[in-house]
Design a protein around this ligand. Structure first.
Ligand code: TRP
Ligand code: ZN
Length: 880
């Protein structure tokens, strides 16, 4: 395989402290799209923790004009310059470097470093983008104070922003102006940001808990000011929440969010100047769905919370990424749950988290890119912004709270900040703070950071009617030669009426009358005994999904039905339904694979259970919706040794069609009962009703007759919000009914709303009625471009990852399509290309005919000249 530079693997064990530390950085920018001049003055001093006197600066894709060391202009013999570094050997202990470089933002399609989006300048420096702006020790354990001078044309770039506080601004004459920014806090280079743009803002003064007034701003392109309210509200809620839950205050006088249409990820937590993908800022009822609103709240919270967990306390090296990401995801999850406020709302967010883990993290952890939450090695760090580091990392943080309690967790957080504010630290330091603050031994817990793979926990039970003992025997197994984990397993016991039994755990320390206890599984196998149990109970194991594991327990259908109708723990109640569905889906899939789709049957027991949940008005509509969604085709595939995607699709469609037909009256009744007339509000209850109503519609539309088609068409035409409008359109497209005129109407209504056009592409790409030829045709549409990640993802990624029955077309044509666009995207944006490349991770699990074609596609990509990003993914996929 050929790559730009030969890919080197970097190991965690090779960490060495930097030879030089940086005290201050003064940056001067003369901004112009084709040729930006960057002047960089850094004050360095030799690090006593290092023996080296070599100054190593990173630098990529920048042209060096000149370097001065302590005032003296260096010539080429005084330093070593490579394509990725500038090294000055045997430097004095105290050094001032003045470096001038040139870059070309308009040619930067990778969206890392300084780039242009829709005529405006933005930066993205995490993880290693700062080195594409200037030469610098671009590693997170080098923290410095920054002062930034921006100069640019005033008419084209009236707004000049950087981190911290604005200290000076003015005209330069000749149509140019300047702004000087100072960040009072030390930060690693990955948190540097600038924006030079034609933008407008919604702003507000906000009072912090300590009485200080701060200025909050949300910057967007002109014409989008009608879509900033929710982001601003979410920001204010985030600030309040962090004050109340963790006693963490905003430390700046000014906090800015800027929206940009071309962005590789969701958003970025640059100090005081968060830069966001427009998708996570812009919303009004006409353009954004309930899911979009929830995403904005979560991401605004996430980036804001990074100010403490990430910025004030940052990562020593990129192997520690989950230190900030796992913790900050956990914090944004708790924030979103607290914003809903109700127990059932909390449970709904928890179920969503479990679904994400199973849909994306478990497969990752079982595939070629499997890595521990704290990886031991990588080729390209950008490939490790993964669901494992983020979502499994958040589960690991959540387990501290489960083991230590909310108060204990808070004590650990307090100690973490007391010890490490202003430092760049390791995951181990966080664990130590949790352990020390609570007087707990958490040494074994370290394995959650060091061992990859999803642990399997197997439960057996036995009941002794004479002694009235109920034993739960838990055992665990990880991937080969992995040591036992410290696993919190929350358990409850249900009686025959479905009521929780008060628990009496032998040797337990739980409160009198507790109905859920956390068992701590630390050994390979352990027996937990419950006393005073008068009848054989139904165990509810792993309540609230208390650990990111696969739970095996031989539930009977009756037990599952019992849990599905009674479990007081909503997560396990939902889980029982998923298990009932999964058993049937797997059986049906097998039948389809061997005998085709004729003579398939779905038992009335299952249908009745679904009916009961659907019509149970005591249950939160949002919960009912989740309980009625069948496990996805991806999740079903993960349960099978040999994956036949077409059999899975047919089986799941059969089940959906049968539910739709058998529960037609109830679905229709719930459809009407869960309307949300009046002014749109994204609150959880209304969003839950819409979700349930739209799920009813989708079931009714699996095999629609005229009445159902009419219903969808009416909903499309009368919808007062994007949630209902897009749901109706999606239902039409998926049903295979003629949706052309509606698609056209949708497009015409929103042709100047980029985020809605993304939806328009995405919903077509994900429909099982859209084949690869149709996707290629959509690529010819004038609105399609590979250069904007949101657009590329909307069409290409949705097809390759959300449309399995078409992606796995028997002739392999969609695999060829995948290879073609991995290669094309790699030339534009390696980070985005590498994400697409991940789409073939699980190729070895497919039926032989498909597997062979997938391998060919992988080999076709491997034969190209590739970025390190894509090369790492493809190499790992093909490795044995
Ligand atoms: N730190 C960002 C977050 O979690 C992630 C991020 C934004 C990122 N942009 C990126 C990571 C570009 C790698 C490359 O919120
Ligand atoms: Zn983050």
């Amino acid at each position: 395989m050929r790559t730009d530079s030969s890919p080197t693997t970097i190991f965690r064990k090779d960490y060495t402290p930097p030879a030089y530390l940086v005290d201050t950085v003064e940056l001067g920018f003369d901004l112009a799209p084709a040729r930006t001049i960057v002047a960089n003055r850094i004050v360095l001093r030799q690090n006593p923790a290092s023996a080296s006197h070599d100054i190593v600066l990173h630098g990529e894709e920048i042209e060096l004009v000149q370097v001065r060391l302590n005032g003296k202009l260096l010539d080429a013999a005084d330093y070593e310059l490579t394509a990725s570094s500038l090294t000055i050997r045997n430097a004095p202990a105290e050094v001032v470097l003045e470096i001038e470089t040139i870059c070309a933002p308009v040619e930067n399609t990778s969206l890392s470093g300084l780039y242009v989006s829709n005529g405006n300048f933005f930066t993205q420096c995490e993880a290693e983008g700062f080195r594409r702006i200037t030469f610098f020790p671009d590693r997170p354990d080098v923290m410095a104070k920054y002062t930034v001078m921006l100069r640019a044309d005033k008419a084209a770039y009236p707004v000049l922003l950087s981190n911290g506080n604005l200290v000076e601004e003015g005209d330069l004459g000749d149509g140019r102006h300047y702004a000087k920014w100072e960040d009072p806090f030390k930060k690693p280079s990955y948190l540097f940001a600038l924006v030079a743009a034609k933008l407008v803002c919604q702003e507000e003064t906000f009072k912090l808990a300590d009485g200080r007034d701060v200025l909050l701003q949300v910057w967007v392109e002109e014409g989008n000011l009608d879509k900033t309210d929710y982001a601003m509200q979410s920001l204010k809620n985030s600030i309040r929440w962090d004050e109340e839950r963790f006693n963490l205050e905003l430390d700046l006088d000014r906090f800015m969010i800027v929206a940009v249409g071309d962005f590789n990820m969701g958003a970025m937590e640059n100090k005081g100047l968060n830069i966001f993908n427009t998708k996570f800022v812009l919303a009004n009822p006409r353009t954004a769905t309930d899911i979009d609103y929830a995403g904005i709240e979560a991401v605004v919270g996430h980036e804001y919370f990074h100010n403490w967990t990430g910025n004030r306390v940052t990562c020593r090296d990129w192997f520690q990424l989950s230190l900030k990401e796992g913790l900050t995801v956990f914090r944004d999850q708790e924030f979103s749950a607290d914003m809903i406020g109700t127990d059932s709302g909390r449970a709904v967010t928890r179920i969503d988290q479990v679904r994400t883990l199973r849909q994306a993290q478990f497969p990752e952890d079982a595939g070629p890119m499997s890595h521990p939450v704290r990886p031991d090695s990588f080729v390209e760090i950008n490939n490790f912004y993964t669901v494992t580091v983020y979502e499994k990392g958040a589960e690991v943080v959540r387990m501290y709270q489960t083991l230590l309690g909310r108060d204990g967790f808070r004590k650990g957080m307090d100690l973490y900040f007391e010890r490490h504010d202003g430092q760049a630290v390791e995951c181990d330091d966080f664990r130590a703070a949790m352990a020390d603050a609570n007087g707990r031994d958490l040494r074994q817990f370290e394995r959650w950071y060091s061992q990859a793979g999803t642990p399997v926990v197997t439960a057996r039970t036995r009941y002794d009617a004479v002694k009235r003992n109920f034993d739960i025997i838990l055992s665990q197994r990880g991937q080969a030669d992995k040591l036992p984990f410290h696993i919190p397993v929350a358990v409850g016991l249900l009686d025959a009426n479905g009521k929780d039994l008060p628990l009496h755990l032998e040797n337990g320390t739980h409160a009198e009358g507790a109905t859920t206890v956390v068992l701590e599984l630390t050994e390979q196998e352990q027996i937990f005994r419950f006393r005073q149990v008068d009848e054989r109970p139904t165990p509810s194991i792993l309540r609230d999904f208390s650990a990111p594991v696969i739970l095996e327990y031989d539930y009977t259908d009756d037990e599952l039905l019992h849990l599905f109708s009674h479990d007081s723990d909503p997560v396990n109640r939902w889980e029982a339904g998923q298990r009932l569905a999964m058993e049937r889906l797997l059986k049906l899939t097998k039948q389809v694979a061997t005998g085709g789709v004729a003579n398939l049957k779905l038992d009335s027991t299952f249908i009745n259970a679904m009916r009961a949940v659907l019509t149970d008005e005591m249950l939160d509509p949002a919960f009912r919706e989740l309980a009625l969604i069948l496990p996805s085709e991806t999740i079903i595939a993960e349960q099978m040794d040999v994956v036949d995607p077409h059999a899975i699709h047919a089986a799941r469609q059969f089940m959906r069609r049968t539910i739709g037909a058998s529960l037609k009256a109830e679905l229709l009744a719930q459809y009407h009962a869960n309307q949300t007339p009046g002014e749109y509000s994204p609150d959880a209850l209304s969003a839950g009703k819409r979700a349930l109503k739209n799920l009813c519609l989708s079931y009714l539309m699996v095999a629609p007759e005229l009445a159902e088609l009419k219903l969808a068409q009416q909903q499309f035409e009368n919808a007062s919000n994007m949630t209902d409008r897009s749901a109706a359109l999606v239902a039409m497209i998926h049903s295979g009914a003629e949706a052309g005129p509606y698609l056209k109407a949708f497009y015409d209504d929103f042709d100047n709303e980029a985020l809605v056009i993304d939806k328009w592409f995405a919903m077509q790409a994900a429909a099982p009625t859209t084949n690869v030829a149709a996707v290629r045709k959509l690529m010819q549409h004038p609105a399609f471009t590979l250069k904007t990640p949101n657009r590329a993802r909307a069409l290409i990624f949705n097809f390759t990852s959300a449309n399995p029955s078409q992606f796995h077309a028997a002739d392999g044509s969609a695999y060829e399509f995948w290879a073609e666009f991995v290669i094309k995207l790699d030339a534009i944006n390696p980070q985005v290309a590498a994400r697409l490349a991940r789409g073939m991770d699980r190729w070895r699990r497919y039926v032989p005919a498909l597997q062979a074609k997938m391998k060919l596609a992988l080999e076709k990509v491997a034969a190209q000249k590739l970025s390190n990003d894509v090369a790492e993914v493809i190499t790992k996929a093909l490795a044995n």
